[in-house]
Write a protein that binds this ligand. Structure first.
Ligand code: KG4
Ligand code: ZN
Length: 388
């Protein structure tokens, strides 16, 4: 089975084409192209929705073209496109539609069985660009369209190894997903097939958002996670002593919820005091702060994760989302498993797919196709879509 997938929920425009060898449950990536807008959003310290939408609309057709060329599916054939097939698509970007029709009039229908597209959660303006492009392709090529929950995509990213071909992971139930990104901090329990319960959520900022905001306070570039993590690593290597102790919010509460805005506020006050007391912040001050921040966040995450592992007798843990790239968080989870003698297995995606990408959307889409899951049509961008 061949799948083309589209992801545009935030600031990455991404298209993948995969082939699933169903007899051996193996996937081959035929192409996977992602264009990041991170540089454009740096000046705002976060993603600016209007700009994100504009860039998606500008980038999506060239990326589609490149993805089809790389998969050897861009076979030249001049023909006429019936534009009336797409004229009823809501809010379709006129420029994108024109460019798409122009391109499709030059290539043959590719050998693709399904088109998968993210329909939420995310920025609705961004989601619509991917959905409208997917709808147009589906109408023009006559290929079925499968909507995919972005968070389910992150969960299924753990199969990805970094190789061109890799086996599909089959989860053992009950399993738990720790979804940590710029928009989410969730603990999702999957007690059995096709059932999700969000048992923990952030009360305020997502963990990645906290990384980004703290990074901004100490003049590090967006996205802040990698920058903070790099400084924290230097701090541990050089045994830098902390000058501030940050709170570990909600670490001992009986629920599975998180709160990170308190840490961020504590950082803000600590910085104000430090500058008032000793003038400007030194590089070593920044290193110590980054280390203490990463320690605080990690301790809370590890504590809550294993509280849930104990209560729900979890067999497997999937850690995914942008923040899953954090090597310190990964190490601390693995260390905890070893130290406490857990038999629970933990999976992290390859670093190439911790951030938003279309490959994970194709993988979650494939699972839904096989389970014959039904989705409401027509597809609507749903910014607050929940896993259920
Ligand atoms: O999943 P993602 O690409 O986009 C969202 O759906 O949010 O996650 C992006 C987030 C950003 O907040 C970024 O700072 C964070 O993931 N991030 C990290 C690391 N790499 C990316 N946070 C901590 N450590 C990292 N190494
Ligand atoms: Zn994401």
């Amino acid at each position: 089975m061949k799948i083309l997938s589209i992801e545009s929920s935030c600031d990455d425009t991404s298209i993948a084409v995969i082939e699933v060898h169903e007899d051996v449950q193996e996937v081959t990536i035929l192409s996977h192209i992602t264009s990041s807008q991170a540089d454009l959003h740096t000046q705002y310290g976060g993603v600016f929705p209007m700009i994100a939408k504009r860039e998606h609309a500008k980038n999506i057709v060239p990326i589609l073209k490149q993805a089809l060329i790389e998969s050897n599916m861009s076979l030249e054939k001049t023909h006429t496109i019936d534009k009336s097939l797409i004229k009823n698509i809501p809010m379709i970007d006129a420029g994108m539609a024109e460019e798409l029709c122009h391109y499709l009039a030059t290539v043959d229908k590719p050998d693709i069985d399904y088109i998968c597209v993210t329909y939420g959660p995310g920025l609705e303006m961004s989601l619509w660009v991917g959905i409208n492009c997917a709808m147009a392709l589906s109408h023009i090529w006559g290929i079925p369209l499968v909507p995919v929950n972005h968070m389910e995509g992150h969960i299924y990213s753990i199969s990805v190894t970094g190789e061109k071909s890799f086996p599909l992971h089959t989860f053992t139930y009950p399993y738990l997903s720790l979804l940590i990104s710029g928009g989410h901090t969730q603990l999702v329990l999957a007690p059995n097939k096709d059932e999700y319960t969000i048992i923990g959520n952030t009360k305020d900022d997502a963990v990645g958002e906290a990384f980004d905001k703290v990074a901004r306070m100490i003049d590090l570039p967006y996205p802040g996670g990698p920058a903070i993590s790099k400084l924290a690593k230097i701090g541990r290597q050089e045994n830098v002593q902390p000058w501030v102790t940050l709170p570990r919010p909600m670490m001992h509460t009986p629920d599975y919820d998180f709160s990170f805005s308190g840490i961020k506020t504590a950082v803000m006050y600590a910085l104000e005091k430090k500058v008032a007391d000793s003038g400007a912040l030194t590089d070593e001050d920044k290193i110590a702060l980054a280390m203490e921040f990463e320690n605080a966040v990690t301790e809370v995450i590890v504590k809550k994760l294993f509280k849930a592992v104990d209560e729900y007798q979890i067999e497997e843990i999937a850690v995914a989302g942008g923040v899953a790239a954090n090597t310190y968080i990964q190490e601390q989870i693995k260390k905890h498993i070893e130290k406490e003698g857990y038999t629970t297995r933990v999976y992290f995606p390859d670093r190439s797919v911790t951030g938003d990408n279309a490959l994970m959307i194709a993988l979650a889409g494939y699972k839904n196709i096989k389970e014959n899951k039904k989705f409401p049509q027509p597809i609507k961008a749903t910014g607050t879509l929940k896993l259920q």
